[in-house]
Structures are given as structure tokens and as C-alpha cells.
Design a protein around this ligand. Structure first.
Ligand code: OAD
Length: 226
């Protein structure tokens, strides 16, 4: 049984990383158009770097939780599972998962806007940092902003098309194209399951609700038992 899993901020919430749209979420504290768009970066690169430097620091201090570890166990046990994440933290990897498709990029990488070179992000990325390859001072975080095309879409599309089960974990389903995966899966007859703190409102065949650290390990154990 081929499985595609999509994770969102809810999977890292119990590691202490803020979600975006919950009552105390990041988008209630920051203006998304200022810190998560190419236009915002062009207007005020220092503000945008400060925002992602703070998020990188929080992510480095955070530890993977039971949901990350359970998903890593599942990936290690089976070769027919594709893990797609909207998260820019590295908690899936630090729990032992490999091959995770980070469709919104990674906080832990710097990207040269001039030549496309990537390198490990320093703790405090600044606009004047020069690219190690082309020396242009156009360093940006390697995250996908609103208005940009998410990464790995061909690979994700192929995995979705071929899968027998689509599982959405800890995401509100507000941001496309990820928000459209469940409809695509249902349209092709793939079974769909939502694991979330509460129903997101999107149409799934089945939903299990509660904190990720409880419901994800329970679901994974069920799959591993067969
Ligand atoms: P959201 O903040 O929109 O949604 C988080 C979801 O996690 C909600 O449905 C919560 O109910 C759920 N949740 C919260 N705590 C949980 C817990 N302990 N266990 C399980 N579920 C929990 O975050 P995302 O859906 O990930 O993109 O947001 C999608 C994208 O919007 C992000 O990747 C980011 C953001 O703008 C970009 O910045 C491009």
C-alpha cells in the first residue's frame, strides 16, 4: 500500500514551534505580506532575515517529538511511504527521517537569489552576506514565499497519483497547492485520512483528532502491525 503523508505546523507544535493560524499563531503576530513574500523581502530584507533568524534559532533549540519519531519509524520500516512537509524546520530529519520532501524549503539552508547556490544557513543571516560561489550579496533563506512555486512538485504529484492512502497531519489546509492534495486524492479514488487537533474542515474519508504526539504514534503502530 503506497502512502503519501503531508505534514504541517501542527506536527511541530508540541516541540514548542508556533503554528501559523491558531489563536497565538505566527500570522497573528507578524504581517505575512511583510515577512513571507518576495515583495516584503525587497522592501525590507533586514526585517525578513530577522524573522527567519528567530525561527531558525527556535527550531535549533527545539527537539523532535513523539509524532516525528513515529513517522521516522514508519519511513525506516517501509519503502512505500513518501513524507511531504510544509514545515521549514528539520525536526523530521532529526528524528531519523530521510528523503523528506520539504515543499516550502528549509530554514537550515541559505540560497543565493543571484545564482541559485545553496549552503548551510548561518545563525544570523544578513542581507549583505555574499554568496560563496558568485560573491553577490543576495543571500536569502531557502524558504518558499507566497507567490513562489513550492519545491518538488513533480515528485509529489507522481507520488500522489500512485498512492493508495493520503494522510494529512497537523495542517489547516489553507495554503495551496498543498491544500488541494486531498481533493486530488479523493478525485482519483485514493482513501484519505486526517490526523489533526481538530477537524480542518476539508473533506476526508476518515479523521482522527487529538494532539499529534498521541494520535500519530497510535496510527503508525496500527500501520506497522498491518
Ligand atoms: P497552520 O497554522 O495553518 O495550521 C496548523 C494546524 O495544526 C491546525 O489545523 C491546528 O489545528 C493543528 N494543530 C495545532 N496543534 C496541534 C497538535 N498539537 N497536534 C496536531 N495538530 C495540531 O499551519 P500549516 O497548515 O502548516 O507557509 O500552514 C501551511 C503554510 O502556511 C505553512 O507552511 C506556511 C504558512 O504560511 C509559508 O510560509 C509559505
Amino acid at each position: 500500500m503506497k502512502i503519501v503523508i503531508l505534514t504541517g505546523a501542527g506536527v511541530s507544535a508540541e516541540s514548542g514551534l508556533g503554528t501559523f493560524r491558531d489563536t497565538d499563531g505566527l500570522w497573528t503576530q507578524y504581517d505575512l505580506s511583510e515577512v513571507a513574500t518576495p515583495e516584503g523581502f525587497a522592501r525590507n530584507p533586514t526585517l525578513v532575515h530577522d524573522f527567519y533568524n528567530a525561527r531558525r534559532s527556535n527550531a535549533r533549540d527545539a527537539k523532535p517529538n513523539a509524532a516525528h519519531y513515529a513517522l521516522a519509524r514508519l519511513l525506516q520500516a517501509r519503502d512505500d511511504v513518501t513524507l511531504v512537509t510544509q514545515n521549514v524546520d528539520d525536526l523530521h530529519e532529526r528524528a531519523g527521517a530521510t528523503g523528506v520532501l520539504h515543499m516550502h524549503g528549509s530554514l537550515m539552508q541559505a540560497l543565493c537569489a543571484a545564482c541559485g547556490t545553496r549552503w548551510p544557513a548561518p545563525d544570523a543571516m544578513q542581507p549583505e552576506h555574499a554568496c560563496p560561489a558568485c560573491a553577490q550579496p543576495e543571500t536569502r533563506p531557502d524558504v518558499v514565499w507566497f507567490g513562489e512555486i513550492p519545491y518538488h512538485m513533480d515528485e509529489i504529484g507522481a507520488a500522489l497519483e500512485a498512492c493508495d492512502l493520503f494522510v494529512s497531519i497537523g495542517t489547516s489546509g489553507e495554503v495551496y497547492p498543498a491544500a488541494g492534495f486531498v481533493a486530488q486524492a479523493r478525485a482519483q479514488g485514493t482513501r484519505t485520512l486526517e490526523l489533526n487537533l481538530e477537524p480542518s474542515g476539508a473533506l476526508f474519508d476518515e479523521g482522527r483528532y487529538g494532539p499529534a504526539t498521541r494520535i500519530v504514534p497510535e496510527w503508525v503502530e496500527g500501520i506497522l502491525k498491518g
